[in-house]
Design a protein around this ligand. Sequence first.
Ligand code: ARG
Length: 301
Amino acid sequence: MRLGRAVVVAVGLLGCGGAELDSVEALDSVGQEIVGGVEARPNSHPWIVSLQMGESHFCGGSLVRIGAREESNIVITAAHCVADGLPDTVVAGAHDLTRPTSSQVRVRVKRAVSHPNYDPETTMNDIAVLQLQTPIKFGASMAGGCGQSPQMRPNLTPQLASGFAIGPVCLPAAGEQVPDNTMATSAGWGLTREGGYDTSDILMQVGVPTVNSKQLAQMYAPQGISIDPKAMLGAGYAQGGKDSCQGDSGGPLVIKGARGYTLQGITSFGIGCARPGLPGVYARVSNYIPWINQQIKTYGQ
Ligand code: ARG
């Protein structure tokens, strides 16, 4: 899918203030997909949605549960994804955005609520909630649960996606701490071609370990970027090679928990993509649970 350069640059700028400005130039020289990842099994990230303007993908998001309801009109994304205006629509149940299947649902966006303390200069509190015009129904197999994906890679026994195409991700407990070096999965339809401006039509995913907060801060300090460990979570390899990238923003970083896959991070920013010593930075979801619950209560229908 073709994105205008202006759109991509705007998203990059919003993503990181000055930092991502530098990386706009780096866009031309660094691989730009979910870097070093693999194609996701279709519908193995049942909570992921594509945020679109004029039918063009520009950011990701995640469906969350409203109490015990089996449908939801609430999507969590990054504040920088909506700083420029409301997305027209979100698409759920998708895999190849150019080949809609019967599981794919397109719903209009009614409202975006960014965190009141989102700071575009520092990318602090890069989280927003979307209220959709109408709720999206979960697959039958989701009943009561969250984060259900029997077939997400790298599971060895893929199962049929039936009844699992769309469902909510689990939210972490308030203040829940993610241990360092925990394997997490980032997914999205981010840009695909070095030097190009194409988002991926196909949903990609990549496994990245969480990074110690002090080390993350030390890695970004020389770049003039301050990391707030309460609000941000790093994930990536010291040697680089695997990362999320432009267009993946707002999408999920999940870690398998007791109940199911849990939204521990929201793709927020980086410098370039998959560079050694510069892990991807994600908004730390466990820091925002009371705020998220308040939005769900107010805007969930
Ligand atoms: N700000 C980017 C976006 O708007 C996401 C960048 C993630 N970068 C990274 N190296 N992990 O899509």
